[in-house]
Design a protein around this ligand. Structure first.
Ligand code: SF4
Ligand code: FE
Length: 495
């Protein structure tokens, strides 16, 4: 099969029997549901851009497992530091085109982490996971599938190991070892892009000890497997997506969005060919670190692309307010750019400093990738603060779009309609329509406080690991004794 177009991708989802629940009900036609569809459109963009010659240098790559074949970079195993750099640039591009989380990166990051980790598990344990994984990935590349990379378990009591939880299912685990495969039970929470994916790759969420052997499990599973279902996560202002016609401006970003869901495995059978770890607890930590490392690099791309849109929106709001020439506004925009480019620099830097794994693909520099993500836990918050500062309070006090078009007369001397009053009093500079002012303020609201804020703010904090997870990695990589010895030499201390 060739590379899919966005439309073909959307049609391919209709063929799946993915079980989706939302607002207490099963959603049968989830592909066309107005709350879910924008997140599907974001993933479709990863297919559409790959069809456009001007983006193919970033969007396509030469497969190392299907020689001679060009594949979508979202299914590619990085073969060089140049591939790692292009990955970040591709993510920035997608962020610019969707102003949202476009979800397909979790699969790409899982492919690269599972590929190198299975190689090393096989080396240590004599298993054949790596070969199985290559066969699986060939199928993904040939069909241009979207795959969810699922790591985060619900985790229950954070102070207890997986096996010690009151409810053993709070971490996903193997409940039965069979000749032909394994049966798994548990769930993965906050799963970005899970409903939109053709397949899922499941990975353990923390380093484990022998008592947690049954929890050290990695495998691939089709999204519509027997026993697997998903419960859609709600987002701030999500019901606005149900609006249409005279209210669609209120959505802010009508076309694109992100999605997260709880993915539940109620005794799902996984055939051996899709099992990539089953009990090798000594490698759970390696897989977690590698996946997290790649995803921390990813944020140096995607969040900066989304940041580009927000900075542009703030600059436009300043123009519409007649404040673009004010020196403090110019300075705030410069600060936003500076913060945005700092995150991007970290994404590029950890890619440039990448290195080859034993299996042959490339991984990022872990120190720099963790510094990247640590910055991302902070800078988008400051960028949104500055965007709200520049936009002004109207961003959250403006009446609904319907109040701008309502013909209902207000009973006063002027005899004007509600729409005429709002249009008159919410005008900024005279040359700009009140509608355009509404549009840009609603977009800023969407990105700072609405559905897109899930991806731009809170996900910046917790996605790819909460801030403390990066601080642990930074302290591990810091090599403090070497720094101390540098200081001793310069200070002339001889101990
Ligand atoms: Fe991709 Fe960013 Fe969404 Fe992660 S948060 S899936 S890196 S767009
Ligand atoms: Fe994420």
């Amino acid at each position: 099969m060739a590379l899919m177009t966005g439309e073909q991708y959307i049609e391919s989802l209709r063929k799946l029997n993915t079980k989706v629940y939302m607002f207490g009900e099963k959603v049968d036609n989830w592909v066309d549901h107005p709350i879910i569809r924008p997140s599907i459109n974001s993933v479709a963009m990863t297919y559409d851009l790959a069809q456009m010659p001007e983006y193919q240098d970033l969007m396509l790559a030469d497969s190392n497992i299907l020689p001679g074949k060009k594949v979508n970079r979202f299914t590619h195993l990085h073969q060089s530091t140049d591939d790692l750099i292009k990955k970040v640039k591709m993510q920035r591009l997608l962020g610019q085109k969707t102003a949202s989380c476009f979800q397909r990166c979790v699969g790409m990051d899982a492919f690269n982490a599972v590929y190198s980790t299975t190689y090393e598990i096989d080396e240590a344990h004599g298993t054949d996971y790596h070969k199985r994984f290559i066969e699986f990935l060939k199928m993904v590349q040939e069909n241009d599938y979207t795959v969810d990379g699922a790591m985060t378990d619900p985790k229950g009591d954070r102070g207890l190991a997986p096996h010690a939880q009151a409810d053993p299912d709070l971490f996903l685990h193997i409940v039965e070892y069979r000749e032909d495969g394994i049966v798994v039970r548990g769930a993965k929470a906050h799963q970005t892009g899970s409903i939109n994916s053709h397949w899922h790759i499941i990975m353990p969420t923390i380093a484990m000890k022998e008592e947690d052997k049954d929890y050290a499990v990695a495998f691939a599973v089709p999204s519509d497997a027997e026993g697997l279902f998903m419960i859609y996560g709600r987002q701030s202002c999500d019901w606005r997506k149900m609006l249409d016609g005279n209210n669609s401006i209120d959505v802010g970003n009508k076309q694109f969005g992100g999605q997260e869901a709880l993915v539940v495995f109620d005794d799902v059978f996984v055939p051996n060919e899709y099992v990539f770890m089953a009990g090798e607890y000594d490698f759970a930590g390696m897989l977690v670190e590698r996946f997290a490392g790649y995803h921390r690099q990813s944020y140096g791309g995607c969040k900066t692309g989304v940041g580009d849109v927000l900075i542009g929106a703030a600059a436009l709001a300043a123009e519409y307010n007649g404040a673009a020439k004010a020196s403090h506004v110019k300075d705030k925009l410069i600060e936003m750019v500076h913060l945005n480019e700092t995150m991007y620099s970290c994404g590029i830097a950890c890619s440039c400093q990448g290195s080859q794994t034993k299996s042959g693909n490339y991984e990022i520099d872990y120190m720099l990738a963790n510094v990247c993500k640590q910055n991302v836990t902070r800078f988008p918050y400051e960028i949104t603060r500055l965007a709200e500062d520049i936009a002004g309070g109207l961003m959250v006090t403006m009446p609904a779009e319907i109040d701008f078009v309502s013909k209902t007369k207000v009973d006063t001397k002027a005899g004007m309609s509600i729409g005429e009053w709002t249009t008159k009093y919410f005008k900024g500079v005279n040359a700009v329509s009140t509608e355009n002012r509404q549009r840009i303020l609603r977009l800023i609201e969407n990105m700072c406080l609405g559905t897109a804020a899930v991806g731009y703010r809170t996900e910046s904090l917790h996605g790819a690991g909460s801030p403390q997870a990066q601080r642990i990695m930074i302290s591990r990589q810091a090599n403090m004794p070497a720094k101390i010895s540098l200081a001793k030499i310069i200070a002339g201390i001889k101990e």
